[in-house]
Design a protein around this ligand. Sequence first.
Ligand SMILES: [Zn+2]
Length: 492
Amino acid sequence: MSSIKENKLSVYNSLVGKKEAFVPVIKDHVGMYVCGPTVYSNVHLGNVRTFISFDMIYRYLQHLGYKVRYVRNITDAGHLEDDSDDGEDKISKKARLEKLEPMQIVQYYTVDFHNVLRLFNNLPPDIEPTATGHIVEQIQMARKILDKGLAYEVDGSIYFDVEKYNQDNNYGELSGRNIDELQANTRTLEGQNDKKNPQDFALWKKASTSHLQHWESPWGKGFPGWHLECSVMSTKYLGEQFDIHGGGMDLKFPHHECEIAQNKAANGKDPVKYWLHANMLTLNGKRMSKSTGNTLNPDELFSGDTPLLDKGFHPTAVRFFMMQAHYRSVLDFSNDALLASEKGYQRLMNGMKLLSSLEAKKESTFDVNSWMNKCYSAMDDDFNTPILISLLFDAMKIVNQIADNKASLTKQDLDLLVSNLNAFVFDVLGLEDINVDNSSNKLSGVVNMLIQMRNDARNDKNWALSDDIRDNLKDLGIQLKDGKEGTKFSVE
Ligand SMILES: [Zn+2]
């Protein structure tokens, strides 16, 4: 294992727009905060990618020997439909439509979120705080910002005064947005007339009589603004200055920009040393969108119950597919790319199975040390998992050659190779050794054969046989679906 004393890790810091040497605030310790989900619907595959990316980062930091405190919040109040303080609260709306308590919605989708991330073998964060559990602290921070003169009260709501803050600070330092442009481009929406300027954002909102989640405050009944919870919970659990703040690219503005402004206004310090942002997912080269049908959720991905995929994919194979792209690159999901990646994953696992049977020899024909250093260099270069994976395949070639007696390693080198492969494949990339190939591919082979037999029966007008095939498969939990592009199946 490489020593963290070497300090070779560099990370791409969105705040400065380049890679920087990673030097934590407190030696050997890392504080990492990642914006979690708003739990009002099933977790989106794009968000899943963000959480898997930060899981890999968490795993690698731990592997390097850092003591990491990883905090990821659950937004269970205060997130309005429009990011700029407008529209209905997402959780309250869902609760109203479903005639449920808001906390029932929160519980249901929090459980779903945890289940999905567990399937992808994500480690849980060290602390998972909720917005509703930190109302007192949010009121305190809003008060602190008011006392500093950087917020104002209008009719029971508290707004952050962006223009005033910008006199001594740079609002837009993270997103690169300029306050004059923002002023020119922001529409004044109905109901926002109580703000001094349209770019001001709510720290606390007065609750209307129909708003389901509300709390007492010095300004009357209300609820916290969405941005405030992350400032409060990151400060509470990681301190006024901490190392890594992560999230999806789409959160850079306004959410993260507002977090910086709130923290600086309240504590007078830059809160975060390194801002890391994970890129988005596309599907067949296009933006995912529910309205156009170009969308895929985790369940459809696992079951294959969608016209976009030939079959379902195991979560660990999907995780491997995600790791084949750098976390800052756009990743395109498609049936062909997933199939190709699944083959690669299986090849890697087949090689890993060979490891225990390899025998040491007197000489080494492969430089394991130099290979290992390259693996660390790849990961130390802003967590370059695609390069790491190509190096893992280099090692698989050697493993196969050793098994065929075409290459050899000494005991020491073989031990080093085995321990590093296990560490990178299972601990760092978080893959699981599951035989995705044999079970799912053989099953789809057999079912497709039966579909062909059923088609032949139908062509012969042998309806009894064709119905028999369909019904027997159904009894086994395999549903056939006839469509324009032929018959597809899904496994329950
Ligand atoms: Zn956040």
